[in-house]
Design a protein around this ligand. Structure first.
Ligand code: P6P
Length: 335
């Protein structure tokens, strides 16, 4: 049977779910096309002269890789003329990017981490693009938007997804009616539906965490990991495996594909510095995908999608994946 393309899938979703406006369908097609271009640049590696770092740092204080900046430019240029967006925000830009006056403005906001996991670029490990779609305020045509207009809880997202640039180039997407996976047919240049209604198993034997941060963890996190490490001899009564790719997109893709729990907990010594991952364009889109696939996503205790943002680049602790494991971590925090 001929597989569906992304375009056919989106048109059918629009027909089945009137909640998928034509502008969102266009937005997703444009972002998916930009991800193809990013994947192409990433795939060239050293041959494309795009590896290595720049002298500059981003708003996070992280040294920018050439591909970080290139990926950001690709997404900005692809999305600013189409008339579907009122503004954009990116991990790589300190302030929001308004749509230039020469272009029409639309009703949506696009947030993205253009190239997540960039510490892995130069060592040829999977990296990716993460994106999140919010509604713009009703009066966005009459005024210049500000950062405040982006500060909506993740539960307000209209769509979320990511692209993984790995052995395959994959696109994983939700518009609020389940999670769907597409594989890039590199000969045809089209995204082909290969995974329908992705579901995360409620239980797992696999945890993902950067163990080198153990000394910073809050006691409930330490208790949870110690019990995983104790295996069949401990209270969990089963052995666990560990994975840490240090590329959120790749780690979350594994969790969506075969289950697991992914944790980037906050530094218990410094509650003012809640973790490394960013709420608006990493934790929120991934949490929408994980919940739409039957999993759970918290900051240790609170549902991530309920968190009211206070700043565009704010960070948050992340515990997401197989529902029963995430709920156990939450229970340990409440005991
Ligand atoms: P660490 C990549 O830099 C990133 O933002 C996420 O993609 C990833 O999960 C995390 O940081 C890795 O952090 O401290 O293990 O290098």
């Amino acid at each position: 049977m001929k597989r569906k393309t992304l375009t056919q899938f989106l048109i059918e979703q629009q027909r089945e779910h009137a909640a998928l406006p034509a502008e969102v369908r266009l937005l997703i097609e444009v972002v998916a096309r930009a991800c193809k271009a990013i994947g192409h640049a990433v795939g060239k590696g050293a041959l494309g002269g795009v590896l290595g770092s720049l002298e500059s740092e981003n708003v996070q204080g992280e040294v920018q890789k050439k591909l970080d900046v290139l990926s950001n430019e690709i997404l900005i240029e692809a999305n600013e003329w189409g008339g579907h967006l009122a503004a954009m925000a990116s991990e790589e830009m300190e302030t929001i990017h308004r749509i230039p006056n020469r272009y029409p403005k639309g009703e949506y906001l696009l947030l993205f981490d253009p190239l997540d996991g960039s510490s892995n670029i130069d060592v040829n490990v999977s990296i990716g693009t993460i994106f999140s779609v919010l509604r713009a305020p009703r009066d966005s045509a009459e005024r210049d938007l500000t950062e405040q207009d982006f500060l909506q809880p993740g539960s307000q997202q209209v769509a979320a997804g990511y692209a993984v640039y790995g052995p395959q180039t994959s696109l994983v997407l939700t518009v609020g009616s389940g999670v769907f996976g597409f594989t890039l047919d590199r000969e045809m240049g089209s995204w082909v539906l290969t995974h329908e209604h992705i579901r995360i198993p409620e239980d797992t034997r696999e945890f993902a965490i950067n163990m080198s941060n153990m000394r910073h963890w809050a006691p409930p996190v330490r208790r949870y990991i110690d019990e995983c490490l104790a295996g069949t001899t401990g209270p969990r009564g089963k052995d666990f495996n560990m994975r840490w790719i240090a590329s959120m997109v790749a780690d979350v893709h594994r969790v969506l594909t075969r289950g697991g729990i992914f944790m980037y907990p906050w530094d218990a010594r410094e509650p003012s510095k809640p973790g490394k991952l960013r709420l608006m364009y990493e934790a929120n889109p991934m949490s929408m995908l994980v919940e739409q696939a039957g999993g759970a996503a918290t900051d240790g205790t609170r549902r991530i999608l309920d968190i009211q943002p206070t700043a565009l680049h704010q960070r948050v602790g992340v515990v997401l994946g197989s529902r029963n494991e995430v709920e156990l971590v939450t229970r340990y925090h409440r005991e």
